[in-house]
Design a protein around this ligand. Structure first.
Ligand code: PSU
Ligand code: MN
Length: 308
């Protein structure tokens, strides 16, 4: 018997009911839990993000692949599994078919989460910072599949910009080239993930969740190829990482990655982990402040979207 998309994609009962009734749902990714944050804080954060979505009146759908099935909405023991299972894989979009075929479990990146959320009928997704073009891309062509996926997936991603470990100007250029709509939330500056501002401007500025929903309606009304909306929501200035500490420690982290020959999927977790240790946890607090803010805003946008 052929397995269909339906048997590969399994929403939880709560998420299925919410989607069927048009209630607001927010997708949450799992790579940030398994590979982006240190244990045991990661499990607390995973739970906290779900609570934030609920407190805003929406239903959380944390997405991961468990035993080959893409699960849309996890139970508490499943969330625990994602946070603690040793050797859990990091799955991007291209990894989904082999993971399903081989009944593998893994956490989903922004690319894989966006892809699965859109297929499940979820329109709004919250994360910390997007992947993008890595520094040194002229040598190794390392560009996250997040960008390609967002160029052809109808999803709204609320994030604090792209990770500051990246080549931010090159990433912004790729988003422009690939036709991904980007709007700053109450800011004229593109956010800098750990930092309030990346120092680069953002062309469009929106002020309310209702305006975000209106842009989403515009995407659908124009039709054409399916692309994403990035709502770039900066970490509040008083919760950002000290910019000077950020620049100094990031330079060290990039040098260490070069020395150790870290490449491919391992580079992002390596750099984030290095920053957490070398800043004595300050980068973690800034990352969490960003993710919390993005999650609350995503829930408000999902509410506005469900009413529009
Ligand atoms: N945002 C965070 N922490 C993370 C990530 C995002 O605050 O760990 C993850 C996302 O899953 C994103 C991935 O898709 O990092 C990018 O990995 P890569 O550069 O290998 O595509
Ligand atoms: Mn990469």
């Amino acid at each position: 018997m052929r397995r269909t998309a339906d048997s590969l994609l399994q929403p939880s009962d709560e998420v299925a009911e919410a989607l069927a009734s048009g209630a607001p749902v927010v997708a949450l990714e799992s790579t940030i839990i398994s590979h982006g944050l240190p244990q045991p804080r990661n499990l607390q954060v995973a739970r906290e993000l779900e609570r934030i979505v609920r407190s805003e009146g929406a239903v959380p759908a944390t997405i991961a692949v468990l035993d080959g099935v893409a699960r849309i909405g996890l139970s508490e023991p499943e969330l625990e599994r994602v946070a603690t299972e040793p050797g859990l894989r990091k799955l991007s979009r291209r990894d989904l078919p082999p993971a399903a075929a081989l009944k593998t479990s893994g956490a989903t990146t922004v690319a894989a989460t966006s892809f699965l959320a859109a297929r499940a009928g979820i329109r709004v997704f919250a994360t910390g910072g997007l992947g993008g073009v890595h520094r040194g891309w002229t040598d190794d062509q390392d560009e996250s599949a997040d960008l390609d996926t967002l160029a052809r997936t109808r999803i709204t991603v609320v994030c604090a910009g792209v990770k500051s470990i990246l080549d931010v100007p090159a990433t912004l250029q790729r988003l422009e080239t690939r036709g991904v709509t980007v709007a700053g939330y109450r800011t004229d500056d593109f956010p800098g993930f750990y930092l309030h501002s990346s120092g680069r401007p953002v062309e469009w500025r929106i002020e309310t969740p209702e305006e975000a929903a209106a842009v989403m309606r515009g995407q659908d009304a124009f039709g054409g190829e399916e692309s994403a909306l990035i709502v770039a929501n900066p970490v509040p200035e008083d919760q950002q990482l000290d910019p000077e500490l950020h620049d100094r420690v990031l330079a060290e982290a990039l040098a260490a990655a070069g020395r150790d020959g870290v490449t491919g999927q391992a580079i992002t977790p390596f750099l984030l982990g290095y920053l957490v240790r070398a800043t004595g946890g300050a980068s973690l607090e800034a990352n969490l402040a960003a993710v919390r803010g993005n999650t609350a805003l995503a829930a408000r946008i999902a509410l506005a979207w469900s009413r529009s």
